[in-house]
Design a protein around this ligand. Structure first.
Ligand SMILES: [Ca+2]
Ligand SMILES: [Ca+2]
Length: 342
């Protein structure tokens, strides 16, 4: 077991690699430019799935065709470890990648915040880097022979990585205690990532998300017509936003949104429930306008739920919704004024 950082992450021919890999991570924007609009839509947005009050939708963000592994931290900060072990950071779009370093022995990565990167090497040694993947900033944190993969674990109060053993058991590593702690077991999992209480787990080439108690996993495939795209890596920095790198090296962003709007629950975990979640404004507004005999702007709280948002109705149909502090919560009518507040 070597503790020398440079022995594992020796930078080689940086100038040459930098140029070629910037190209490697981008340059295919407009791939669907010549397609008919309906084909573009099919190719970039996957059919939605609704389960347990959550709607999940995939949208294609880019084609990082040289990327092997991804790690997401913060909201749109993504690290990509390429096939040739160069490391890049971007926002997922093809022209947004910046070369960060060459951790030549790394085979998987995770991250915790904008500039904190974890790497698992081919020999199962595990490293931490606080300088955005800079070649001189890797620190050895041990060797775990049973580790198959590592992923991001966005924890509200600590910097953590998630390690997945080849038997499907997942452990978190805490930078402050330098210890691994058992979290859960997902049989057959190829990768796992966790944000707050939500797991995203890759099983059989498909991303699964967790919900409910006891924990249930639901498969959330990226559909391409009647087929599903196989995913090679998954990572997340938000309980309702997950990123997937497909075997075809396409990068997709999956968004979980609230679909059950009168159940009193924050279904997807964005800290907003029912009438206080903008995801719910359209369906609640449609329900409210459907029973309103007048045109005008009405509080969604008229449905007997907590909400400060307005629905603008005309002829029994929803015209638009307006978020903001318009209404008194829990009032059967709020503070709107029929016929005056338009
Ligand atoms: Ca709900
Ligand atoms: Ca919500």
């Amino acid at each position: 077991m070597k503790t020398s950082v440079t022995s594992r992450f020796q930078p080689l021919a940086l100038a040459t690699l930098s140029a070629s890999l910037l190209l490697g991570c981008g340059g295919v924007e407009g791939e669907f430019e010549d397609s008919a609009p309906t084909e573009t839509e099919l190719a970039t947005t996957s059919e939605a799935l609704t389960v347990n009050g959550i709607t999940a939708t995939w949208t294609k963000v880019g084609t990082p065709y040289a990327a092997s592994r991804i790690a997401v931290c913060d909201y749109d900060t993504i690290y990509a470890l390429n096939d040739d072990a160069t490391l890049h950071r971007g926002n997922g779009t093809d022209n947004g990648w910046v070369y960060k370093g060459y951790p030549s022995a790394a085979r998987d990565i995770g991250c915790s915040g904008d500039s904190w990167v974890w790497a698992l090497n081919e020999d199962k040694s595990f490293y931490e880097n606080h300088e955005g993947g800079s070649d001189t900033a890797w620190t050895y944190r041990g060797t775990v022979p049973t580790l198959g993969h590592i992923g991001s674990y966005l924890h509200p109060s600590s910097y953590k990585a998630l390690g997945l053993n080849t038997d499907g058991s997942a452990y978190s590593y805490d930078y402050s205690t330098k210890k691994w702690t058992y979290e859960a077991t997902f049989l057959g999992a190829a990768e796992a990532t966790k944000v707050k209480d939500r797991w995203f787990v890759l099983i059989g080439g498909h991303v699964n998300f967790s919900h409910g108690s006891p924990l249930t996993l639901t498969s959330f495939p990226i559909k391409a017509g009647t087929l599903s795209k196989l995913v090679r890596d998954v990572s997340a920095a938000s309980p309702y936003e997950v990123w997937a790198l497909t075997e075809g090296r396409e990068l997709y962003k999956g968004v979980l949104s609230e679909a059950a709007c009168q159940d009193g629950l924050d279904n997807e975990g964005d800290s907003r429930a029912d009438g206080n979640d903008p995801d719910c404004y359209p369906s609640l507004g449609t329900s409210l306008c459907g029973v309103m005999p007048w045109d005008g702007s009405f509080c969604l709280s008229r449905l007997g739920i907590s909400s400060n948002a307005l629905a603008v109705c005309s002829g029994g149909k929803l015209v638009s919704t307006r978020g903001g502090d318009w209404c008194n919560e829990y009032g059967a009518g709020g503070s709107d004024t029929i016929g005056i507040l338009q």
